[in-house]
Design a protein around this ligand. Structure first.
Ligand code: ADP
Ligand code: MG
Length: 261
């Protein structure tokens, strides 16, 4: 469904992700994990096409309207004056179009989704008046009506209580059973071990990708922590580029300042 080929993504020439290769198979259920600042959100945005790679490429076998994306809560503008029901309806825009009539069937689907996330009665509330956990649930309801082939979730359970998290994990399993491809950025190792068959461990570079039991080993987690401790905002080093600098095709532009850890 998604193929990453030597992907490098930079912010002002500082690579946030570098030389990542691998694939998310169609129908797979994968957790993306790694320390803060390890490039997890950058990876999802690159798959979504919101960021342009500095090197390598991302290939997605799905049209844009069949990809659903839940941004990290901190990046969502809540001041927009939108009701809960309209926010969920936005998930169907590709079916309805800008001036299309909203059918009774569609309204019913939206009502079912709102009720499934436990927000029946909140339809007319503005999204700005909701708690963070309630807003996350609205955004899940929007994903439910969207009917996407590829679903990208960035820290979907932040600000959620354990009961809601369990309900939404059940929804993720349902999507998986329906053959959709799901990629979720998560923090809770136990949750990943229990619910996600595949995992990607990032630390700006790829530490491990594969079956969760093989990815979440003490050795890999230690390596990710060590890599994270070696960073600061200016110390983006790319040893791969140093090693392959005679081969310009695969490499991205090296940072101006190279600091050895
Ligand atoms: P994660 O989601 O794993 O915490 P991110 O992908 O958000 O990490 O960020 C990876 C690195 O890129 C971090 O060092 C972060 O500071 C940097 N970064 C992210 N977004 C931007 C941006 N818009 N401008 C500059 N640097 C950014
Ligand atoms: Mg993030």
């Amino acid at each position: 469904m998604v193929e990453l080929d030597n992907l490098t993504v930079s912010y002002r020439q500082h690579p946030a992700l570098h030389h990542i290769s691998g694939r998310f198979a169609r129908g797979s259920l994968t957790a993306v994990i790694g320390p803060n600042g390890s490039g997890k959100s950058t990876l999802l945005k690159s798959i979504m096409g919101l960021l342009r790679p500095a090197g390598g490429q991302v290939t997605v076998q799905a049209p844009r309207e069949r990809i659903a994306y839940l941004a990290q809560l901190t990046e969502i503008d809540r001041s927009f004056p939108l009701s809960v029901v309209d926010c969920v309806l936005l998930g169907c825009w590709s079916e309805v179009g800008a001036w299309g009539r909203i059918s009774t069937e569609l309204r019913q689907r939206v009502a079912t989704a709102i009720s499934r996330v436990g927000l029946a009665g909140f339809e007319q509330r503005t999204v700005g008046s909701l708690s963070s956990g309630q807003l996350q649930r609205v955004l899940f309801a929007r994903l439910m009506v969207q009917d996407a082939d590829l679903i990208l979730l960035d820290e979907p359970f932040n600000a959620m209580d354990s009961r809601t998290t369990a309900a939404l994990l059940a929804l993720i399993h349902q999507w998986h059973a329906e053959g959709r491809t799901v990629v979720a950025v998560l923090h809770d190792d136990e949750q990943v071990r229990t619910h996600f068959p595949q995992a990607v461990l990032l630390a700006r570079e790829l530490v491990a990708w594969g079956d969760t039991a093989q990815v979440l080993t003490p050795d890999h987690l230690h390596r990710a922590r060590m890599l994270a401790e070696a960073w600061d905002d200016h110390a983006d080093i790319c040893h791969t580029d140093e090693a392959t600098s005679a081969r310009p095709a695969g490499g991205h532009r090296a940072p101006e300042r190279v600091i050895t850890p």
